[in-house]
Design a protein around this ligand. Sequence first.
Ligand code: ADP
Ligand code: MG
Length: 573
Amino acid sequence: MPKIALLSPEVSRKIAAGEVIERPFSVVKELVENSLDAGASSVRVELAAGGKGVIRVRDDGCGMSREDALLAFERHSTSKIREEADLERIATMGFRGEALASIGAVSRLTLRTSEGGEGGVEIEREGDRLAAVRDAGLPRGTTVEVRDLFFNLPARLKFLKSDSSELSQSAKWLTSIACAFFEVAFSLSHGPRQLFSWPGVRTLKERLYQVYGKDLVDRLMEADYAEGGSRVFGFASRPPSGRADKSQQFFYVNRRPVKDRIMQAALNQAFRPLLEKNQCAEAFLFLEHPLGEVDVNVHPAKSEVRFRDSQAVFRVVQRSIDKAVLDEGTVKVVPFGQPPETASPRAAVEDARPGQLIGDPYARPLAGRGPAPAAGERPGVSQPGGVRVLGQYLAMYIVASSEDGIFVIDQHNAHEKVLFEKYKEIGRDKLWPRKLALIPILFDLPPSDVLSLEENRDLLAASGFRVEEAGGRTYALKEYPDILRDEEAQNIFLSLLAEIKREKLDGRQDKLLATLACKTAVKAGEPLSRPQMEHLVEELFRLPRPGLCPHGRPVLLRMDRGQIDKSLRRPSN
Ligand code: ADP
Ligand code: MG
């Protein structure tokens, strides 16, 4: 065993910095939090090369004296807490006193700050070194400019992504913090291009309007509910509207954007009976919770919290939705299996003849919501290849048999697999049959989605989606794959975009098609009629490797005849 040695201060500072500062977005987050803690009414963020080149954050907050500005770069220097007991009641965004020290350790940094009047100071740092300190006449406020992030930490530099991907993380986070601090003006520029500029407003609703546009605000209901010292307020989907994924669920605890499983579970549970099976709520929910009841010091980037009484939190969130729904008074519960109100002619054909291909190779017969399984349906008929459907189990699995054994087939995975193969076939010929939207489908996109849309326009076009700008952040979906119904085109498009943004796609069309297949496949929980099941099983067993779905999950379980005989001690014939 080698001898233990203490790390040099320089190395240990870099290690500590790495915990807090992972990428340009972490710098943006820490600097903007400082501006908000300083009481700024305007925060301007300017980035170059996605933040890898330059990150500049300007505020008009309280500023710092020369003495404080020099101290601010020491580790654990903070004006926000003084003693251990303060950790129990943190009301500021920052409190660890390590952000500036950490950023300073891994970049070239200039700080300009003034408390107003004539004074002001400009400090330049390079890595751990103080390079210059000068007096400067500046207006009240602080500007921090960070250049060449990780110039002295090449290992970290290698893990940074493309400019637009780094930029979109910052844009996304700024969007979420801007919703919490709606009274503050926020702007973001990338090089010469301004991505947004939102003046301060008086209400959350006005901010949502600025950020996401009228469409979103129109489909939300307001929530406000208090119980036992906590309060939940904000906005959530007005049932039955929702969206196909959970990418638009934002939670805040005492104004801090957090990822929180408790709040998310409470929201989704409250919405379960209110939305269709494959729909999720959109939400911007703010929890005001007693400072002593929540620990914000559990995560280096402060993006997670811990509650002393998580059941109480679950309850107040869930009840806030229940109450909002009651207040709305116009709940329409949509039972699954019910045909969409505006069924297209195409859907009508599919409904009439479930399980039939009606002459085109990319039909989605199962999603046509055929007749609900009726009692007394004819017993399973023989399938080509000798696979016979015995029935459906738990509205999730199809049980089938053949001479060789018994199959338990996951209906969603199986349909996804079948569709994926079809979509690929179409994709290969580069001829996605498209449908022209007669009335263009208009929607508003948040800035981070605008970026991923622009970046992936070709990929989306190759998969049959054509989108045009319609002014500002409004976009028009002009064409979409023919397999999609009008009512679902927008939702599916938005969830593809969300998927692209999560960077699982790496610009590869087959991954996009896999997602499309997943979104358009029949869901677990949908009762299927026998002809629908037979059709699906037939299609599935026609494929060369029916056992694996495009996402790599197994499609079916198989119990061999021999195995069954052996287990039941019956001699095989
Ligand atoms: P923390 O925010 O956890 O206190 P930081 O390293 O982020 O630690 O900042 C150290 C201190 O520098 C803060 O406590 C604050 O007093 C001061 N400071 C940092 N940024 C600003 C700013 N934009 N305006 C005014 N003061 C600031
Ligand atoms: Mg801070």
